[in-house]
Ligand binder design. Structure first.
Ligand code: HEC
Ligand code: HEC
Length: 288
């Protein structure tokens, strides 16, 4: 069932599917109490559940675990699978059988521990199961965000304490940032969920200053510098300022120095508790 939906989504007919839900007319002379409630009259929670059931989306992702999984995914997986898991040099994980066939990590954790080293997917055997499960929940939430239109208005993540969040930001974020970073940050995103994703995991797209760059020293002594578009243990692809693409085998004598402007931020984000996270989001939301 799950597989069908995603093909449907890819074909762009998800709107029709949800539309069908809205129009589902009661048939025959059943007892009205047993008839499905019209979609328009449902509460937000009922809508999300109904869309979830209709699309066969499986288990409800654990949002708290997913939030902890986000920085782990970002640090360990995003370089190959893209920041929203939609694919880069590695495949999209939104449409992955390995992800869709899993509920709460019971299968995915085993897959991640083994990896497919022969095919460029590293083994994560050294990562604790708990963290692999959080990554699994993060992936399930990405699928949910894309597939479950009914859930779009359910999320209420403004559960933190803004005053505590302000205290946290002043004590812990200003060593690297100025008030300029946070000016009007609350109005830069269309929802508080987007805001939370945005500050935990700043989007790199289009922002030249946030791009991952590398300097590669070749055995001949020449160097190539540019944006990294792909990287693995074996190979790195760099696009230089002139737009020239270099695919470099990481053989003997090749020295690669990768510079990720967000590395320091991400390292820091790993130390946040989920309470800090909610408090900071509640505070940033007030900075309109
Ligand atoms: C160095 C690049 C790289 C990194 C880092 C990486 N992956 Fe992968 N991943 C790949 C490649 C390449 C494949 C495709 C393997 C194949 O063809 O079987 C893959 C496959 C997968 C698949 C299976 C996709 C499918 O349906 O076949 C999952 C799930 C996955 N990766 C999750 C992760 C997670 C989670 C992390 C971080 C903990 C991660 N990967 C880190 C490169 C990477
Ligand atoms: C160890 C240094 C460090 C700490 C601590 C840190 N960050 Fe960052 N952060 C960075 C760097 C470096 C960047 C990327 C360059 C930039 O945009 O300033 C960044 C980027 C950001 C961005 C994106 C800025 C943009 O221009 O889009 C936001 C938002 C952000 N951080 C919020 C926070 C918050 C909130 C905290 C505290 C909970 C925090 N950071 C803690 C180093 C840090």
């Amino acid at each position: 069932m799950k597989y069908l939906i995603l093909f449907a989504l890819l074909a762009g007919i998800s709107a029709t599917a949800t539309g069908a839900l809205c129009q589902e007319a009661p048939t025959g002379d059943q007892n009205p109490a047993q008839q499905p409630k019209p979609y328009q009259k449902m509460t937000a929670e009922e809508r999300a559940a109904s869309t979830r059931a209709f699309l066969g989306l499986g288990a409800v992702p654990d949002k708290a675990a997913a939030a902890l999984g986000a920085p782990l995914f970002n640090a360990n997986c995003a370089v190959c699978h893209g920041r929203q898991a939609r694919g880069a040099m590695g495949p999209s994980l939104i449409t992955s059988d390995e992800v869709l066939g899993d509920d709460h990590g019971e299968k995915l954790v085993l897959y991640l521990k083994d990896g497919r080293p022969g095919k460029g997917m590293p083994s994560f055997a050294a990562m604790p199961d708990e963290q692999l499960k959080e990554i699994a929940e993060f992936l399930h939430l990405q699928v949910e965000d894309i597939a479950n239109r009914g859930a779009y208005h359910v999320l209420n993540i403004l559960v933190g304490n803004a005053a505590k969040g302000q205290g946290y930001v002043e004590a812990h974020c200003m060593s690297c940032h100025t008030t300029q970073t946070f000016a009007h940050i609350g109005s830069r995103f269309r929802s508080s969920e987007q805001l939370q994703k945005g500050w935990i995991w700043p989007p790199r797209t289009g922002e030249d200053s946030l791009a991952i760059t590398a300097t590669v020293k070749m055995p001949t002594g020449s160097t190539i510098t540019g944006h990294v578009t792909q990287v693995s243990d074996f190979r790195i692809t760099v696009v230089d300022q002139a737009g020239q693409t270099y695919v470099i085998e990481r053989g003997p004598g090749v020295e690669v120095q990768i510079n990720d402007p967000l590395a320091a931020h991400q390292k820091w984000i790993m130390t946040l508790t989920s309470e800090d996270m909610h408090n900071v989001t509640a505070y940033l939301e007030t900075l309109k």
